[in-house]
Design a protein around this ligand. Sequence first.
Ligand code: ZN
Length: 167
Amino acid sequence: MKKAFRYCPYCGSTVQRSEEGGIERMKCPDCDFVQYVNPAPAAGVLILDEYGQILLVKRAFEPYRGRWVIPSGYIEYDEEIRATAVRELKEETGLDVEIEGIHAIESCFDDPRGNTILVLFKGKISGGTLKAGDDAGDAGFFPLDDLPSIGFECQRKIIADLKNSIS
Ligand SMILES: [Zn+2]
């Protein structure tokens, strides 16, 4: 099991492996705390320009450093999910966006930091100037038939599905 606790975060006892419904979880023998390991939700926004080109950012950090992705990021605990998509786009590209609806939802299993669920919205640029942020090495629009190397399996699936829906 990934990221398994060794000690109970509530009472400090050593946790033990326990099976519930065929799934192995860490369980505290003293206070009955059970560690449920769940995917972390992330949000992003898909932007296509008037020529049908997709907005991508180049990852400046691992994992997939140097590969390109649709702008997205983790949701803060008290943050509304659309606000995450807007904030991440602003941080990574300098652009303001108006969210228009959901484009795709995908599970991602190849992030070494942990499994995630990416909620990808559709959006239209409403302001700002394109400029790569601190988390992004570069940012730009790419034609769907001439894309750079894309990071994350779920992002490659989303882009492949997008290409199929257009062609
Ligand atoms: Zn405990």
